[in-house]
Ligand binder design. Structure first.
Ligand code: G3P
Ligand code: CA
Length: 278
């Protein structure tokens, strides 16, 4: 994939932006209509026509990468415990779909390679490194290897609220697109991005203003926004001219952009995607 405008964000062709004028990213997959971070949610996002997905990644006790948002498996599976305290076999034995709806019973917590393989050639991906409450486990090197092994280095943007993690990722693979996440309005973001080696700022839509976008543009940084699930927030993103907009309901944004996507397919709206879903 050819970088846009010199490759300030991550490798995409201008035509993936569509009529929205920004890349629409399925946040945790199409997580309004399928259980977040499962293959069902990523498949549904692809069916809805998304050209990019977002996922969260954590390390298991035995050093494997699993796609799950929370530090524990409690909210999104029928098990309990810290992801970092459970081996992959135990996590793979859990049901990651029934909590959302009976139609999704039997969904599993995917490993990162499964998600990368599913989307390769069909969509770009934002991979969010989650390493709280305690960083470690060599997650950065494992993510870099997974992207290389699946041929997804050119189609991925690795991001994290842990900017040190991003610095490590870039030290391992300098060509990777990377983003530093902020949960509030960023200060000194150009210098933070430089220190981390980030190519993009990843901001909550509420933190967005003209100064931040102009500052990022001036520094050659991309601007990725999360999590946009209503028209007002989407219009603001369009007006300010951001690069990527993550939504739990990408089909809504396609409709708002006039792309004529169908109403969400799947079992209908399920529970709110939960903690951290804003
Ligand atoms: O896209 C970034 C966003 O996913 C960060 O927040 O809590 O949903 O992972 P969270
Ligand atoms: Ca995330």
């Amino acid at each position: 994939m050819r970088p846009r405008d010199g490759g300030h964000a991550w490798g995409w062709e201008p035509d993936v932006l569509g009529r929205a004028g920004a890349l629409i990213v399925a946040h945790r997959g199409a997580s309004r209509c399928a259980p977040e971070n499962t293959l069902a949610a990523f498949r549904l996002a692809l069916e809805q026509g998304t050209r990019a997905v977002e996922c969260d990644v954590r390390v298991t006790k035995d050093g494997e990468l699993v796609v799950i948002h929370d530090a524990t498996v409690d909210r999104t599976t029928d098990g309990s415990g810290l992801v970092s305290a459970l081996p992959l076999d135990a996590i793979r034995g859990l049901d990651a779909g029934r909590w959302f709806g009976a139609d999704f019973a039997g969904e599993r917590v995917p490993v990162l390679e499964e998600v990368l393989t599913l989307v390769r050639g069909r969509a770009l991906i934002q991979v969010e490194i989650k390493n709280e409450p305690i960083s470690g486990g060599g997650i950065e090197a494992r993510v870099v290897s997974a992207l290389a092994d699946t041929g997804m280095e050119g189609g991925a943007l690795v991001m994290s609220f842990d900017h040190e993690s991003i610095r490590i990722v870039r030290s391992l693979r300098s060509g990777l697109a990377t983003g530093i996440l902020y949960a509030a309005r960023p200060a000194d973001f150009v210098s933070s991005a430089r220190k981390a080696g980030a190519t993009a700022l990843c901001l909550e839509w509420k933190s967005l203003d003209r100064e931040v976008v102009a500052g990022a543009r001036g520094a050659g940084l991309g601007v990725c926004v999360w999590t946009v699930d209503d028209e007002a927030a989407f219009r603001r993103c369009q007006e300010l001219g951001v690069d990527a907009v993550a939504s739990n309901d990408p089909s809504l944004l396609f409709r708002l952009a006039g792309e004529g996507a169908d109403a969400p397919r799947g079992a209908g709206a399920g529970p709110d995607p939960g903690s951290g879903a804003s």
